[in-house]
Design a protein around this ligand. Sequence first.
Ligand code: NAP
Length: 325
Amino acid sequence: MTTPLSAAPLFARLALIGVGLIGSSIARAARAQKLVGSIVATARSAKTRRRVMELGLADQVVDTNAAAVEGADLVIVCIPVGQCGAAAQEIGEHLAPGAIVSDVGSVKVQVVRDMAPHLPANVHFIPAHPVAGTEYSGPDAGFAELFVGRWCIITPPDSADAIAVERLSAFWSGLGAKVATMSADHHDLVLAITSHVPHLIAYTIVGTADDLSAVTRSEVLQYSAGGFRDFTRIAASDPTMWRDVFLANKTGVLEMLGRFNRDLAKLAHAIEAADGDTLFELFTRTRAIRRGIVAIGQDSAAPDFGRPRPSLAPAPLPRPYALEE
Ligand code: NAP
C-alpha cells in the first residue's frame, strides 16, 4: 500500500469539496500515503473551514467551491448527494482542462444526472463510492485507515477515458481500498439492499420502539443489548446524508423494499402458523451469509462485533451475606 519514497505523487493538487467524515479521511490518508502534492479544501460553513485549518487537514483552505478547484488535477466532491448538482454548477467553469472530477456519493444515477450537465467536455467525470463509513460526521470524525480493506466502487460512464479511470483507481488503491467497477444503475440496486434498506429498517425499528407507549423509554435504553443496540448505531447516522440517499435512490430502494415487505409478510405468516421449519431454514441460511462476510474479511469474527468485554468487578454481596466490617 505504501508508495516508494522517490515516486512522484499520483496527483499534483487534490481539491476536496466538503471535509466531513469522508473528505477528511481522504485528506488524512492521501497525505499519509503521499498520493498528492498538495491539498486544497473547502466546506459550506466558516466553522467547518476553520476546523479543517485547525486540524491541519489541507495545505490551503478556501471559501468557495469555485476557488478550491482552480489548478487542481483531481477534484473530489464529498458532500451530501442532494448538493452535488449545485456544487458542479459552481465549479464547472473553474476546472482545469484534463482534471479528473469525482465524488463519493452513496447514490450514483442521480449524482451523475445532476453533475454531468455542468461539467465541461475537457474534464474526466468519473463517479465513485467508497463503501466505508461510520455513524459519525464532520472533519473530526475521519481517520486515515477508514478505507483500508473496504471496497471503492467506481462507476465510469461508457465514454470514460481509460487512463483517467486507471489513475482514479490507483488513487483509491493507494488509500487502501479494493476497487470494483460497475454501472451506476447496478451500483444503486446493489447498495439499495446492502446499505440503504438496512438503514431504513434501523430507522424504523428505533422509531417504532421510541413510539411504544407500553414500553417506557428507559426500558428501551436499559435492555437495548438484545439486538436493538446494533440497530441504534445505524440509526444514529447523519440525517441530512440519509434523507438525501433515500430521495436520490427512490427506484432502487422501493424495489428492494417491496421484496423485503413480501419476505417479512411470509415470516409473519410462518410465525402465525407455528411453521418452525420455515423459520429454522431461513435462520440457517442467514447465519451462513454472516459467516461468508467474515470469511472474506469484511467483518471481524470476534463475538459481538469485537466489543470489549467489561471486567468482572466484585459485585456487592446481598445484605444477609455481606461480611461485617
Ligand atoms: P459529513 O461528515 O456530514 O460532511 C459533509 C461535508 O460537506 C461537510 O464538510 C459540509 O460542510 C460539506 N458541504 C455540505 N454541502 C456543501 C456544499 N454545498 N458545498 C461545499 N461543502 C458542502 O458527510 P460525509 O459522511 O463525509 O458524507 C459525504 C458524502 O459521502 C455523502 O454524499 C455520502 O453519501 C457519502 N458517503 C458517506 C458515507 C458515510 O458512512 N458517512 C460512506 C460512503 C459515502 P459543513 O460542515 O460546513 O456543512
